[in-house]
Design a protein around this ligand. Structure first.
Ligand code: PEP
Ligand code: CO
Length: 437
């Protein structure tokens, strides 16, 4: 038996089995062809011919499955990708943390408050965020709700893509009123204008409208944490004989579930999706080769992404040894930087936040360290939303600790707001230009 960490204990086994049976017969959310297409794009990113932009909520919520919230998050990702494509002259593959990001690993299994304690909130797919015994009781039916909300979210994302939301001819639709900082807004507008001109030029000389090319190209990802859910949506593809997780294109293993002999690694070993593994300050370089061998024995291009999340003060001490360990295996992996999860701090009043400067600092260091080690940083993984939240401090908007109370909506980790996300994209662009000059 493989040990499955971070799983809820369902009291009603027969209810659990019914849910699993229902999900196992339900239509998948994505197809093996899409999953393979993404894998090839990630293979490009691993060698520097593409850049991975992965982002979205820390945890999706059932009551936030709303058209405006979904569209705004897409807009931010689109705008950021536009800045990156323009600035890096590199295609970008966009992957959302959405349509399934409902389960959260927790450091503590119980939460104590005002003298009471209940099981921790583990994401809407498992239990509720309210602080009561009833809310915190794991309910297997929540898996069906998660499946339905994921389906509705993905359907809307696909419809927006098909409906011209991402049509290059109308980048003016991509404007967001939330960008209060004039400098940022002007910088973005210049890019939009240049792209419009380039589109017109291309169409003047090319027979096919450029807008037809890769209009949608949004892929989905989530942490493959709740194993009964992931397994119920895992299917054999008869044509290829391979097994795919068809609840998402790109599942990842969180930092708390990467044990070599754990159930999560065992599950991920068996699926053909591209997968990502989170690596943190405690990841031992000496154990990494065995993990990579287990997860990708055939060294399939694009199969493995290593997403590092150390914290601005730790990256320099850890990343070089991990890069070296991978180099010694002779493998090509996609290195991705998650500058969010190592930089979470708790203020004296108990509020969790992240400093924009720390996020930026870890990302810039990741670029530098990869460059000096002769390796390639091929992507970023961010927690962000299109809404004007005040959860992370700093950035051009100058958010202070005292602003955090104004619009703090996250139930788990603090996210960048749209403006901070766009600012980070510009920072990547500037960083890459400095590195090239
Ligand atoms: C996350 O990505 O939300 C997360 C919990 O990350 P990690 O496993 O890296 O802590
Ligand atoms: Co998070």
């Amino acid at each position: 038996m493989f040990k499955a960490v971070q799983q809820p204990e369902y009291r009603d086994e027969s209810a659990l089995q019914k849910v699993i049976a229902e999900l196992s017969g339900a239509p998948p959310l994505v197809t093996p062809w899409e999953v393979d297409r993404l894998r090839l794009k990630l293979a490009d990113a691993a060698v520097g011919n593409r850049f991975l932009l992965q982002g979205g909520d820390c945890a999706e919520r059932f009551d936030e499955c709303k058209p405006d919230l979904i569209a705004n998050r897409l807009k931010v990702l689109l705008q950021m990708s536009l800045v990156l494509i323009y600035g890096l002259f590199t295609p970008v593959v966009r992957v959302g943390r959405f349509a399934g990001q409902y389960a959260k690993p927790r450091s503590a299994s119980r939460e104590k408050k005002n003298g009471s304690q209940f099981p921790s909130y583990r994401g809407d797919i498992i239990n509720g965020p309210g602080f009561s015994a009833e809310d915190r009781e794991p309910d297997p039916h929540r898996m069906i709700q998660a499946y339905r909300h994921s389906t509705a979210t993905l359907n809307y994302i696909r419809a927006l893509g098909e409906g011209g939301f991402a049509d290059l001819h109308h980048p003016e639709y991509w404007n967001l009123g939330f960008v209060a900082n004039e400098g940022l807004r002007n910088e973005y507008q210049e890019i939009v204008d240049s792209i419009l001109n380039a589109v017109k030029f291309m169409e003047a000389i090319a027979p096919n409208p450029i807008g037809e090319v890769e209009r949608v190209a949004f892929f989905t990802s989530h942490e493959a944490l709740l194993l009964p859910y992931e397994e119920a949506l895992t299917r054999l593809h008869n044509m290829s004989g391979r097994v795919y997780n068809l609840s998402t294109h790109f599942p990842w293993i969180g930092m708390r579930s990467t044990d070599l002999d754990g159930a999560h690694v065992e599950y991920m070993r068996g699926i053909a999706n591209p997968i990502s593994v989170k690596l943190g300050p405690d990841t031992a370089a000496s154990e990494l080769p065995a993990l990579l061998n287990l997860l990708d024995p055939d060294e399939i291009p694009g199969r493995l992404t290593l997403t590092t999340r150390f914290g601005v003060g730790n990256i320099e001490g850890v990343l070089p040894s991990l890069i070296d360990a991978v180099r010694r295996t002779g493998r090509t992996v996609l290195w991705c930087c998650d500058p969010m999860h190592g930089n979470t701090i708790t203020l004296p009043n108990g509020v969790k936040t992240r400093r924009f400067e720390s996020i930026l600092g870890e990302m810039e260091q990741a670029f530098d360290i990869h460059a000096s080690e002769g390796s390639i940083l091929g992507g970023v993984h961010l927690e962000l939303t299109g809404e004007n939240v005040t959860e992370c401090t700093g950035g051009a908007g100058g958010l202070q600790d005292s602003d955090l109370g104004r619009a703090y909506l996250s139930h788990v980790d603090p996210r960048l707001n749209g403006e901070q996300g766009l600012e980070l994209a510009f920072s990547i662009l500037r960083k890459r230009r400095r590195m090239q000059s």
